[in-house]
Design a protein around this ligand. Structure first.
Ligand SMILES: Nc1ncnc2c1ncn2[C@@H]1O[C@H](COP(=O)(O)OP(=O)(O)OP(=O)(O)O)[C@@H](O)[C@H]1O
Length: 281
């Protein structure tokens, strides 16, 4: 697979104070890459550097083969989508008319409007004024605008923060659909459940440093304690996942005393705390 983002020893100082401390990572084409970290860990700073909104202090950054800070290299902006908090929508225009404006701006045919509204599940609100939309719907029309020009990479900074579970779920569904059609997604979040659900790989960012980077499954395997909890009529008991534990579980099944078995796999949030000594919130 090909790297679509390459970051090497990236450092960012704000007035001599480090926000990113020489981090390195690569994102492969077609993946959903999660950047997880608590508030102030450097997620937004990273997204801004990768999308040419901020200049880094030192290190190498390549997005789509070029340095975003220097070049706005040919085709860069046309191949990248960035979802930010600021919707920039006209409240007195309908959903359709807002998107039609952006179609003209991007040089995209208006037939794309139907397709993006399908993706974000807003087709029934095509003629609703943006000012009348709920917060979750506004977030979805902003996503629709971001993907009008079919970007190769989509950068999302906390896309579902402040959304209720239903609207958050709709955004995640839309992201999965876009990813299945080939869009690479770089997602920052402090919502570890969102990361577990969506991401092929995750990086843990803490205080401007990457403390782990792998698939959620590999992280769980590496940091799990390989035990299971069995529930019997007498209560709960933790059993090691080894031969002695297997004998114990077999005996419980034979005796008819076993009520439930649960794996004790850690969540990404548990692993984050274990590695960094702090939570994600
Ligand atoms: N313009 C700025 N000037 C000075 N310091 C800044 C500036 N922007 C960010 N910082 C500092 O850099 C560090 C990283 O901030 P950043 O916004 O990248 O973190 P974040 O992980 O995105 O946090 P959040 O989840 O709260 O948005 C923080 O200590 C922040 O105070």
């Amino acid at each position: 697979m090909q790297s679509i983002i390459e970051v090497e020893n990236l450092e960012k100082l704000y007035k001599k104070k480090p926000a990113l401390r020489k981090i390195s990572f690569q994102v492969q084409q077609g993946e959903i890459f999660g950047f997880l970290g608590p508030s102030g860990s450097g997620k937004t700073t990273t997204v801004k550097i990768l999308t040419s909104q901020l200049i880094h202090t030192s290190g190498k950054v390549k997005v789509l083969g070029g340095d975003p800070s220097r070049s706005r290299h040919p085709g860069f902006l046309g191949r990248v989508g960035v979802l930010t908090d600021n919707s920039g929508m006209y409240e007195r225009l309908s959903v359709h008319d807002n998107l039609a404006l952006f179609c003209r701006l991007y040089g995209v045919p208006e037939r794309r409007i139907e397709a993006v509204l399908e993706t974000v599940n807003l087709i029934d609100d095509k003629h609703t004024l943006v000012g009348k939309l709920s917060k979750g719907m506004k977030q979805r029309i902003t996503l629709a605008r971001t993907i009008l020009h079919e970007p190769d990479i989509l950068f999302l900074d906390e896309p579902t923060s402040a959304l209720d579970p239903v609207n958050g779920g709709r955004i995640r569904e839309a992201l999965r659909e876009m990813n299945s059609r080939g869009t690479t997604i770089f997602l920052t979040t402090h919502n570890m459940q969102e990361a577990e659900e969506l991401c092929d790989r995750v990086a843990f960012l803490n205080n401007g440093e990457i403390s782990a980077l792998d698939t959620p499954q590999a992280l769980r395997l590496r940091h799990g304690d390989r035990t299971i909890t069995v529930t019997t009529q007498q209560g709960k008991r933790v059993v090691d996942q080894n031969e002695a534990g297997a004998d114990e579980v077999r005996d419980l099944i034979r005796s008819g005393n076993l009520l439930a078995i649960h794996s004790n796999e850690p969540t990404l949030g548990d692993i984050f705390v274990k590695l960094t000594g702090r939570g994600l919130e």
